[in-house]
Design a protein around this ligand. Structure first.
Ligand code: C2E
Ligand code: MG
Ligand code: MG
Length: 398
């Protein structure tokens, strides 16, 4: 298909409403509550086949047709939000993608206000997403463009942050509400130290600038665990939900419940500065601290230094952690360790009203020598969760 044909077909598809808004939910990283969604275009052909934006957006970007598409998407989103409102259904803020070409529309902010008013949707329900690449050489123009939109009451997000080569300095020259961290910065397990340092720094600076952080493309529990330690606020990714049709999203809003099976570990464990200091003090004595949720068979580990000879994932399944821990112990201690820290044994101790469970085992070090290690599991209760939680503190007795 030639480019001209494609453009004609896309325009026709808009008229026939073959271009549909799919909504990808965004969740609070700590409470797992639905807090927003991103509107993503899908071309749904009459035969039900779906064409992804990657295959038709780039040619539109070379042409002003992208402007038409974005305005079309905004109207579709407003119409959805209005419907939700009329039916008294819960809804959340929806982020709409706007191409950088809108920077050259002189009346962008006015057109935005006008469109949204037609549907009687509160402006704060709409978030304008503009990609980081738009900021290259455009700082001044963009600052003004954003200022107008925010003054009118809309939220603004920088999309794909970290994907391009733009300099960080642009962030200080503009005021936005949200920074969306690009998925290219996240590897599957976030184990690489340099990657962790880069991400920690990005989150740190974003939070100091009072920006809401959204991590995009979160697919694994390891990524989630790490992002929580960075105090990332919002998660958008396949781990929680894929983009979905309007009907499915409306259903999801209706339930607006926690994503049950993802509910895990300690609900609140993103350290604020006071707890951070406290943790540092704890680490001086206990180089390994593990938060576990016995009810959900999950754990989250914080290690101050390489405590065990075998490296361990920092989040995952509790029973696998115990099996892994036992494997680095003296053969005679392995059964004791496995039995003491089995979920059933810990739960019985908890039900008997015990405050903690503690044992000493011999653990092999990097040098092949066994050292006595004390592991104590303290039972803790979180005010808003019924789950049985434990915090394990481990330290070397030698
Ligand atoms: P984007 O704005 O950065 O949107 C996020 C993309 O990441 C979406 O791809 C989404 O499906 C994908 N994604 C989300 N979570 C995951 C994950 O866990 N793993 C993986 N592998 N991918 C994930 P999608 O829908 O294919 O859209 C691609 C791009 O097309 C968007 O990137 C955006 O730049 C553009 N686009 C989509 N809809 C519109 C639109 O209405 N207007 C404009 N101007 N651009 C749009
Ligand atoms: Mg986007
Ligand atoms: Mg993005």
């Amino acid at each position: 298909m030639s480019k001209e044909e494609l453009l004609t077909n896309v325009k026709a598809a808009m008229q026939q409403h073959e271009l549909k808004v799919y909504y990808q939910p965004q969740y609070d990283a700590i409470t797992n509550k639905l807090v927003g969604a991103e509107a993503l275009v899908r071309w749904v052909k009459p035969d039900g086949s779906i064409i992804m934006p990657g295959s038709f957006i780039p040619p539109l970007e070379e042409d002003n047709t992208i402007l038409e598409l974005d305005w079309y998407m905004l109207r579709e989103v407003c119409s959805f939000l209005k419907k939700q409102q009329q039916e008294n259904l819960h809804s959340v803020t929806v982020a709409v993608n706007f191409s950088r070409r809108h920077l050259y529309e002189d009346d962008f902010a006015d057109q935005l206000c006008k469109t949204v008013s037609e549907y009687d949707v509160p402006r704060k329900m709409i978030e304008v997403e503009i990609t980081e690449s738009a900021f290259v050489d455009q700082s001044e123009k963009i600052a003004e463009w954003i200022e107008k939109i925010r003054t009118a009451g809309f939220r603004v997000a920088i999309d794909d942050f970290g994907s391009g080569l733009s300099s960080l300095s642009f962030v200080k020259d503009i005021s936005v509400d949200v920074l969306k961290i690009d998925k290219s910065l996240l590897s599957r397990n976030c184990e690489d130290e340099k990657e962790r340092i880069v991400l920690e720094s990005i989150f740190n600076f974003a939070h100091r600038l009072k920006l809401t952080t959204v991590a995009e493309g979160v697919e694994t529990r390891e990524q989630l665990g790490f992002l929580r330690t960075c105090s990332c606020k919002v998660i958008q990714g396949f781990l929680f939900a894929k983009p979905m049709s309007e009907a499915d999203f409306s259903e999801l809003c209706k339930n607006n419940e926690n994503v049950g099976e993802m509910e895990d570990i300690l609900l609140v464990q993103a350290p604020s500065s006071a707890t951070q200091l406290l943790l540092e003090a704890v680490f001086t004595r206990y180089p390994l601290v593990i938060f576990s949720n016995l009810t959900r068979n999950s754990f989250y580990m914080m290690a101050y230094e390489n405590f065990t000879a075998r490296s361990c994932p920092s989040t995952g399944v509790f029973e696998e952690l115990i099996a892994h821990g036992a494997s680095s112990m003296h053969p005679e201690d392995q059964d004791l360790f496995r039995n003491t820290f089995s979920i059933s044994n810990l739960l019985s101790a908890y039900e008997r009203g015990e405050k903690s469970v503690s044992i000493v085992t011999r653990q092999i070090g990097d040098d092949g020598i066994y050292r006595r290690v004390e592991t104590t599991d303290y039972f803790v209760k979180h005010p808003s969760v019924d789950d049985v939680l434990v915090i394990a503190l481990c330290h070397n007795l030698e």
